[in-house]
Design a protein around this ligand. Structure first.
Ligand code: GLU
Length: 305
């Protein structure tokens, strides 16, 4: 057994003391139905080895983790022009905040808050001929899993409870920062959030971010090395809601979380990983997931800093 496997095997027990301290997201009712005590983690190394523990092959709702992949695809098609419509600063505000947009003239702080990801969805709609199909093909190719689907129930639940996202999108449109019809943009945005994937799928799909932009299973780039570096930077500074400082301090890896309880992380040049456990802390990040990342970094000594 490698050192990584040995440490990974200890994590389900090591994080079990955090169960019951948070709770699964319930503002999207379909997410509240998940069993709270799930825990899984998968690691995918740049030299092509995968390691899993616990519920790592069970599907869950990717939610905001999809924002990393939609941004990557937007960078592929639109390059630097993406950042004329979206900033690169941490927001320090909740992920679905409306107030900052007013002071900043409809330019979202970064691509990982909802407003930024809605603009990314708009950019993709302008470039993709069949946006949902094209995105699904992209994510299936990155994770080498043709069975990945979106979850219709989560999608419906997002749509029916998406008043804030509608407010954000119409507000962005009033500043000229949404070009396509709002209902189409949000239909696509909710689709991105409602993908159903496992830790293993997500660890594999994130490998290009840890590996200079190279496709994990094909001999071709997904992004340039500079673009991959930028994704890592944004994950580090903006990837974990208004808790990004705590994550950088205690974990020290580029991470992106979602309210489905998943967190992806990278150690550039070495590996990508995904941890999943549905109970969230106050800021919307998985509590057992954060604990697992802290322990993993401490025990392996694998870190960015
Ligand atoms: N679909 C969620 C929303 O738009 C994403 C939230 C998240 O995971 O940050 O509210």
């Amino acid at each position: 057994m490698s050192e990584i496997e040995t440490i990974l095997a200890t994590l389900p027990d090591a994080v079990s003391h955090t169960f019951g301290r948070g709770k699964p997201a319930d503002y999207i009712p379909a997410l509240a139905e998940v069993c709270p005590n799930k825990f899984g983690m998968a690691i995918s190394t740049v030299d092509g080895h995968d390691y899993v523990v616990g519920d790592a092959e069970e599907n869950f709702s990717t939610q905001s983790i999809s924002k990393v992949f939609s941004l990557s695809l937007a960078l592929h098609y639109a390059g630097e022009s993406v950042f004329e419509r979206i900033g690169v600063e941490p927001s320090g505000n909740p992920f679905n905040s409306l107030s900052q947009l007013e002071h900043e003239n409809g330019i979202p702080r970064n691509p990982f808050i909802n407003a930024g990801a809605i603009v990314v969805a708009d950019i993709l709609l302008s470039h993709l001929s069949s946006p949902k199909r094209d995105f699904l093909d992209y994510i299936r190719s990155l994770s080498k899993n043709l069975d990945i689907q979106f979850n219709k129930e989560v999608f419906r639940s997002e749509y029916d409870n998406g008043q804030r996202n509608f407010a954000l999108a119409y507000y962005l449109q009033s500043f000229g920062n949404i070009i396509n019809p709002v209902d189409q943009v949000l239909d696509f945005y909710f689709y991105l959030c409602s993908l159903s994937m496992s830790c293993l799928d997500l660890a594999r799909a994130s490998r290009f971010i840890a590996n200079d932009g190279l496709h994990p299973f094909k001999d071709k780039p997904v992004l340039s090395p500079v673009q991959a570096r930028r994704i890592n930077t944004l994950m580090m500074t903006c990837g974990t809601y208004d808790e990004a400082g705590e994550f950088a301090f205690h974990v020290g890896l580029p991470c992106k979380s979602g309210v489905g309880g998943g967190i992806i992380a990278t150690i550039p040049g070495k590996l990508s990983l995904c941890v999943w456990s549905p109970e969230l802390g106050k800021k919307g990040n998985s509590l057992p997931g954060m604990e697992a990342l802290k322990i993993f970094v401490e025990e392996t000594g694998l870190a960015v800093f």
